[in-house]
Design a protein around this ligand. Structure first.
Ligand SMILES: Cc1ncc(C[n+]2csc(CCOP(=O)(O)OP(=O)(O)O)c2C)c(N)n1
Ligand SMILES: [Mg+2]
Length: 321
């Protein structure tokens, strides 16, 4: 199991990559404040498992699964060093690495159905392997999620659905947009085991998803985890954020998942405050340099065709079926 210290480091690295992207990519959709959900949910998976993270958090999951930040940054800016050989420019979601389903169409919810299909494939070919997918509260309202949950329940597929509820779909609060008290009740209605957790507590997320993964590995079918968190930044870089108050944002900043785990680790003597600050500053500086360098890279022009993509895409990704 990933140690608490490693979870903290993964969240720091995730934020450092994310914040560097905020500075260098005007299209970026920042994930600040939501790190506990995607770092905790994808922490303890194996190489045979399939992941389909929500676009807000995709890069952190790829980093956790061994893709280098240089490769990921190239994937965002669409240059040669990326997993697609430069044939995909992923302003919001780069090619995210082996056995990872990204958000390539821009149509939310599609990756949830792809992950469900992947779980069907795993059930037939790789006993014990699971798929984990995450999606936003807004996406949870799409028909394709309802269809996916139904199929997974009907066929007892090895999949864990994680709703990364950051309380907004662009400017629409989930409190208004979600009929019924809890989004997890929709899963319960289908007989899917569901839990509601504090999505700013990475240990709670790791625990809930870990139990769900264990159930799926044992053949007990799908689970649903509703993780309540908060988007500390705007929906995208130029969001005027007229739909919420600075007081609300400040109140949730007090519950920052990174600071929270850091306090716990310091309290337990696992982390020294000065060391924590130094590690954090060094990580932010390292990722800033990587992202800035990736943005400046001036590759020869790449013609993005499907056949060229097939030739240039990294061999291990091509054979990862
Ligand atoms: C099918 C579909 N409908 C609408 C959109 C436009 N859109 C892009 S992001 C977004 C908000 C999504 O909210 P949520 O699922 O909660 O994710 P979050 O942005 O909060 O992380 C919307 C509606 C889309 N990309 N795809
Ligand atoms: Mg949302």
């Amino acid at each position: 199991m990933t140690t608490e210290l490693a979870l903290w480091q993964a969240m720091v690295e995730a934020r450092a990559f994310d914040q560097a992207m905020c500075r260098h990519n005007g299209h970026w959709h920042e994930a600040r404040g939501e790190e506990a959900v995607f770092v905790g949910a994808y922490a303890d998976l194996g190489p045979d498992d399939v992941v389909a993270p929500h676009f807000r958090g995709t890069c952190a999951v790829a980093l956790q699964r061994g893709t280098s930040p240089e490769t990921l940054a190239a994937g965002v800016f669409g240059t040669r060093g990326s997993d697609s050989g430069g044939h995909w420019r992923g302003d919001i979601c780069p090619t995210p690495g082996p056995r990872s389903i990204g958000m390539f169409s821009g149509s939310l919810g599609t990756s949830v159905s792809y992950a469900t299909g992947a779980a069907l494939h795993l059930a037939r070919t790789s006993p014990g392997a699971v798929a984990v997918c995450s999606f936003g509260d807004g996406t949870a309202n799409s028909g394709i999620v309802a269809e996916s949950l139904n199929l997974a329940a009907m066929l007892a597929l090895p999949i864990v659905y994680v709703c990364q509820d950051n309380q907004y779909a662009t400017s629409l609060p989930s409190a208004v947009a979600l009929a019924g008290e809890r989004v997890s009740d929709r899963a319960r209605a289908l007989g899917i085991v569901a839990t509601d957790i504090d999505g700013n507590d990475v240990l709670a997320v790791r625990e809930a998803v870990g139990q769900a993964v264990a159930r799926s590995r044992a053949g007990a079918g799908p689970s649903f985890v509703h993780a309540l968190t908060y988007r500390m930044g705007g929906h995208y870089m130029n969001d005027p954020e007229t739909y919420r108050t600075p007081e609300e944002v400040a109140a949730w900043a007090e519950r920052d998942p990174i600071a929270r785990l850091q306090q716990l680790l310091v309290g337990h003597g696992v982390l020294d405050p000065a060391e924590a600050e130094a590690h954090s500053a060094a990580t932010h500086a390292r990722l800033e340099a990587i992202v800035a360098e990736a943005k400046e890279r001036d590759d020869e022009e790449i013609t993005p065709t499907v056949s060229a993509f097939a030739e240039d895409v990294r061999p291990e990704l091509r054979s990862a079926s």
